[in-house]
Design a protein around this ligand. Structure first.
Ligand SMILES: [Zn+2]
Length: 109
């Protein structure tokens, strides 16, 4: 079973992939309107902060069941309560390995 944290990670990844911020309009007082051509709908997200922890609700089906969705993830990203995922760590590791020993490319295998 997917944990809530995994669900949030997936929702945030999706929000970044489909550029959720483009679909969002801030209505004020912690409310966002997310208009989605992809979902053929418009949803209202509420962002509250309780004890420095973001609490969001959404009027879409997932949100009504208390599950994360990319609409809520978008509001959290805009509010600065979520971080966009880092780029693939594999590349960073490969670059770091090369930089630590650049001459290795001249060594014969
Ligand atoms: Zn939603």
């Amino acid at each position: 079973m997917m944990t809530m944290e995994t669900r949030w990670q997936n929702a945030i990844k999706r929000a970044v992939e489909i550029d959720g911020e483009e679909a969002a309009r801030y209505l004020g007082e912690g409310r966002f309107l997310i208009v989605s051509a992809r979902d053929a709908g418009a949803y209202e997200v509420r962002l509250d902060v309780v004890d420095a922890t973001p609490v969001t609700t959404c009027t879409c089906k997932s949100g009504e069941h208390g599950f994360p969705c990319w609409h809520q993830a978008t509001a959290r990203l805009i509010g600065g309560y979520a971080d966009a995922p880092q780029s693939e760590p594999d590349d960073a590791a490969a670059v770091a390995a090369f930089l630590s020993n650049p001459m290795s490319i001249f060594e014969s295998a």
